[in-house]
Every structure is written in structure tokens, then in C-alpha cells.
Write a protein that binds this ligand. Structure first.
Ligand code: NAP
Length: 280
């Protein structure tokens, strides 16, 4: 079996919470492939050794999750333009000749998850507000701009981080906003997204009033644990269309799976149910 057996995995610290092994192994079984996708608990100080070890261990590649996405940039042979713009990689591919390259599918995965729910929505439809200016927000900004966004309000608790990110990405489109103004700058937006960790299981709910938000605005939360955060529940209750973070996870995984296993996998209701069953 050894020659044909395809190995991939996900490196993170901690890693037990990741649903990626369930997702990729579901597809491996569905498409009757000979391989396995494994969780890899890698401490930050061991990341270089772990990435170099992919080649020696015969891995076809891996995903990277918190806290490794930025650090891994310098540990591969090359990165895609998207990864460069984002400043982080979430996927490494090891070519048959041993070359390792990194890319970032997070932003595109999120964008596709929005289109799944609102197929006619476009980033140029109106102003966009993003709460949070961490690693995930970077990917969102790059994808939104690549797809035509004209104005993005970047709202963050630590204003300096929003300022820096706006400057890094494109200050003519990304406008930093203070946390105090968060409820006042959403009155005309076409999309409101939570990319903070507020509302995640065990954390407080995101603290924002939605009173001024237009009812036709699309509302997204990158979190999918729980499947509906208090923020999304409040938006849905007042009539907004909402999207949780599960679609982002699923859509970023498809091109990675194709690069490693040679099959572009499908997102089906059964797959969603299999992932959601792990939260019960
Ligand atoms: P991160 O880099 O650690 O950034 C966290 C963000 O949350 C920062 O903007 C931080 O603001 C903000 N924040 C933390 N505590 C806050 C508070 N009490 N009030 C207001 N803001 C607060 O994390 P990340 O990698 O960007 O991830 C953000 C979220 O996206 C997480 O919940 C993660 O699970 C989710 N995510 C989902 C997917 C998916 O596939 N669905 C993929 C990636 C990430 P400061 O700058 O002020 O600290």
C-alpha cells in the first residue's frame, strides 16, 4: 500500500478542536481513495521542523491553523500571490519533486460560502463592515478587494491594528473605525461580518447593537462553533439573511483536497450533517 497511500494533515496548537480531519477523511472514504488526513499537534517552536518533515514523511501536504498561518510563510519554498497579499498560508502542497508551496484559501472559501446563500450578492453592492482585524480578517479583505469591493469599514477593538491592516492592504478602500463607533457605521452596509472570536463557544457574545443595520444586509460570522452565535441569532431574528463559518471551512478545503488527492470534492448535505454531528 505504501507507494500509493496519500497522507495529508493539519498542523495547529491546540489541534483537537479542528474539524478538518473529519471533513477530509469523509471525502477520502466517499471517493474511495487510499489515504488519510491526520491532526498534527505542533507547538509553535517546532513548526519549522514539522514543515520540513512533511517531505521526509511522504506527506502530500497539510493545512495550517492557529497559531501557525503567518509563521509558515517563511518555511516553504514559495507562496502564491494571494498568500503574499494575505501574509499567511493555510495550505501547503508538496510536489512530487519535493518542492513545497503555500497558499491561502480562507478568504475565497468564505466568499464562496456567502455566494452559496446569496448568489447575486456582490462586494461592490454597497459598503461592507468587518468586525475584527486579526489573521482571518486579512484574508477577507484581500478577497473582497479582488472581487470588486469599493468601501470596507474595518472595525476593531484595538484601533491601531485596524489602522495598520488598512494601510497594509489598501487604504483607499479599507477604512479603520474605532470600536466605540461600531453600531453607528452599519446603517448603510450591504454586508456585516464578525471576524472576532466573540461568540465562540466559551467566549462572551459579540457586543453590538444591530438597530441601525438595514434588513436587507447580509450578515456573516466566521464562527461555526456554535453553529449560530448570539450575533447571528439576533440578525436572523430581525430578518437579515445570515451565514455561519461552516461554509468557509468547507469551501477552503475543496482546492486543498484536490491538490493533494487529485479529486475536486463536493459539499453535500450529508457532509454538513457529519460535521455538525460532532458538535452534539
Ligand atoms: P485573531 O487573529 O486572534 O483575531 C481575533 C480578533 O478578535 C481581533 O480583531 C481581536 O481584537 C478581536 N477580539 C478579541 N477579543 C475581543 C473582545 N473582547 N471584543 C472585541 N474584539 C475582540 O483570530 P482570527 O484568526 O482572525 O480568527 C477570528 C475568528 O474567525 C475566530 O473565531 C476563528 O475561529 C474564526 N475563523 C473561522 C474560520 C472558518 O473556517 N470558519 C477560519 C479562520 C478563523 P484586538 O485586535 O483588539 O485584539
Amino acid at each position: 500500500m505504501a507507494g500509493d497511500f496519500i497522507l495529508a494533515g493539519v498542523m495547529g496548537w491546540p489541534i483537537a478542536q479542528s474539524r478538518s480531519p473529519i471533513l477530509h477523511n469523509y471525502w477520502i472514504e466517499k471517493y474511495k481513495l487510499n489515504g488519510r488526513y491526520v491532526p498534527l499537534a505542533v507547538k509553535p517552536e517546532n513548526l519549522g521542523d514539522a514543515i520540513r518533515g512533511l517531505r521526509g514523511l511522504g506527506f502530500r501536504g497539510c493545512n495550517l491553523t492557529m497559531p501557525h498561518k503567518q509563521m509558515a510563510m517563511a518555511m516553504v519554498d514559495r507562496v502564491t500571490d494571494t498568500a503574499k497579499r494575505v501574509g499567511a498560508v493555510n495550505c501547503i502542497v508538496v510536489e512530487p519533486d519535493g518542492e513545497m508551496w503555500g497558499t491561502n484559501n480562507d478568504g475565497k472559501g468564505w466568499y464562496l460560502s456567502l455566494l452559496e446563500v446569496a448568489p447575486s450578492w456582490k462586494p461592490a453592492d454597497g459598503p461592507i463592515a468587518i468586525l475584527g482585524a486579526g489573521g482571518a480578517a486579512r484574508g477577507l479583505l484581500v478577497t473582497l478587494i479582488e472581487n470588486g469591493a469599493k468601501e470596507i469599514r474595518l472595525i476593531n477593538r484595538t484601533f491601531e491594528k485596524a489602522e495598520k491592516l488598512a494601510k497594509d492592504i489598501d487604504p483607499s478602500i479599507v477604512k479603520p473605525i474605532t470600536w466605540e463607533k461600531r453600531a453607528d457605521v452599519i446603517g448603510d452596509v450591504a454586508l456585516l461580518t464578525n471576524s472576532t472570536d466573540q461568540g465562540f463557544v466559551g467566549k462572551p457574545a459579540l457586543d453590538i447593537s444591530l438597530d441601525k443595520l438595514p434588513k436587507q444586509a447580509l450578515v456573516s460570522d466566521l464562527i461555526y462553533t456554535p453553529p449560530e452565535t448570539p450575533f447571528l441569532a439576533a440578525a436572523r431574528a430581525r430578518g437579515n439573511v445570515t451565514v455561519n463559518g461552516l461554509g468557509m471551512l468547507l469551501h477552503q478545503a475543496r482546492p486543498a483536497f484536490e491538490a493533494w488527492f487529485g479529486v475536486m470534492p463536493e459539499i453535500t448535505p450529508d457532509l454538513r450533517a457529519a460535521i455538525m454531528a460532532t458538535f452534539k
